[in-house]
Design a protein around this ligand. Sequence first.
Ligand code: RBF
Length: 213
Amino acid sequence: MNKSIKGLTPSEARFDGSALRIAIVHARWNKEVIDALVSGAVAKLKERGVKESNIVVQSVPGSFELPLACSKVIAGSHVQAGATAGDLLGLTFGGSTSSLSKPAEVQSPPATVVTMPNTPFDAVIAIGVLIKGSTMHFEYICDSVSHALMKVQLDTGVPVIFGVLTALNDDQALERAGLGRGQDKGHNHGEDWGLAAVEMGTRSKQWAEGKFL
Ligand code: RBF
């Protein structure tokens, strides 16, 4: 049998993730497969130098919730980054560090110096596992989620890695998480998503600065 030509060619460049902050947003449906994919993604992020403290993992019930969650997580990281910059300048936000209106016994300590400022996320990995059932649910969720995740990345300018498996049965899903029941365990696509996040996070930053290396 001829070998398949399908698949991803690894980048010739080895991207350094040590300055990146990455979010993983995952659904909890079909959790056995989800857990393997998330682990695969995290392993590759760390392998490329992303610090554990710069990997934020959030969960939602199902894949349908992923686009809104990604959008909110991206927006929230900008708020967090602004607040951190303010903390470093000794400013206060939302009264959280203000001691003016509180009685002495409940006064907060003065703003402390934050050594590792939180920066906005450089990329978000959306992970879900959709397995076709006997109704049309699968088609509707696959279609709306893939379109909406694309919209989130174009609207925000932050790369959203499409980590949503759309499998026709359990075996397909398991094989794409490296958990195949046969002799061939398949390949954990979460690993590819981790690498894609580092590549796109790095490249997007460079492109935004007009650098085309
Ligand atoms: N969410 C998934 O992430 N994967 C699925 O395979 C999946 N199948 C579903 C099948 C049905 C019949 C229903 C009602 C929901 C399913 N969901 C699935 C959950 C969906 O993404 C979402 O969490 C809920 O519909 C609540 O908005």
